[in-house]
Design a protein around this ligand. Structure first.
Ligand code: SIN
Ligand code: FE
Length: 291
């Protein structure tokens, strides 16, 4: 089975026909990347001047927009920042419209989280192994405990030329976890409380959060795993959009520039098949309740 499922959806707003919706949710929840070759996020003429890495202040990995509207890690003049904010806001609204239309069962439980703009070429960035997203990983947040909730991310390549976003997609979550979980150290409950009490995390991290962070870190640190694990390279051309559960899909971003991304969080009971969520898989593997 291919790791990529191509969808003919070509508009940000529905209605979408039932076979289209059924195929989309089945692919998404089974851990495939849903690819929309005909769905472009089109920049307005005046927004094209935002296509420069100079807007990025260099303090984090991306420029981000909070759901509250606060812009972070952007440099540049006031007018450019306002333009950037407007563009990211429009992307966020389009992204939410697509997800709510295509997955009506998610709509009531969907939380729109951060929007990001990634104007810096990924290839050749000098990152520490843990922060190196050119290595295969599942996403996990170091400071935001999820307690089993899902991380769903939508990406659009807005490169003005021909440069694709190139990803590697790895093996299914359960197969990865079989190999990597034995290397994840057992964290102490006391450490989780101390981290929360000293505001290193927003709330106490669950056992699930520790395991997911452990899987993220140990997969990235294991160069033999990175070399030997099955992977499929895929190039997302400019003018296309893709969506996946990045807490489930092993992914690595190898090269590319100018991508917009919207993160959503979702309770697993909104899923068509909650048994496919990473927390369900890990609870079956460990025989423990994890959150
Ligand atoms: C990642 O989530 O690892 C990076 C994806 C990207 O920026 O293309
Ligand atoms: Fe990632």
């Amino acid at each position: 089975m291919s790791v990529i499922e191509t969808s003919a959806v070509a508009a940000w707003t529905g209605p979408f026909i039932e076979p289209e919706r059924d195929a989309a949710i089945a692919a998404l929840e089974s851990g495939r990347v849903l690819f929309f070759p005909q769905l472009a996020f089109v920049l307005r003429e005046e927004e094209k001047r935002l296509l420069t890495p100079d807007l990025y202040s260099g303090r984090a990995t991306n420029i981000s927009l909070d759901p509250s509207g606060a812009l972070k890690h952007a440099a540049g003049a006031e007018a450019d920042r306002a333009l950037l904010q407007g563009m990211m806001q429009r992307f966020a609204l389009n992204a939410a419209s697509l997800i709510e239309g295509l997955f009506p069962r998610y709509a009531a439980k969907l939380e729109r989280a951060r929007t990001s703009y990634r104007p810096v070429e990924i290839a050749g960035r000098n990152q520490s192994p843990i922060h190196d997203d050119t290595r295969l990983h599942v996403d996990a947040f170091p400071t935001r405990p999820m307690h089993g909730r899902r991380i769903l991310r939508l990406f659009s390549n807005v490169h003005p030329g021909a440069t694709p976003r190139v990803w590697n997609v790895g093996e299914p979550f359960a197969e990865m976890a079989q190999k990597i979980l034995p290397k994840v150290k057992r964290p102490s409950a006391l450490a989780a409380l101390v981290r929360a009490a000293t505001f290193q995390t927003r709330g106490v991290r669950s056992r699930y959060d520790d395991l997911m962070m452990g899987l993220h870190d140990q997969a990235k640190l294991d160069m033999e795993y990175q070399r030997a694990t099955p992977k499929t390279e895929f190039a997302f051309p400019p003018g296309t959009t893709w969506l996946c559960y990045t807490d489930q899909v092993m992914h690595a971003a190898l090269s590319g520039q100018y991508v917009l991304e919207q993160t959503f969080h979702l309770d697993i009971d909104a899923m068509a098949e909650p048994a496919r969520a990473p927390i369900s898989v890990l609870e079956r593997m460990t025989g423990r309740v994890l959150a």
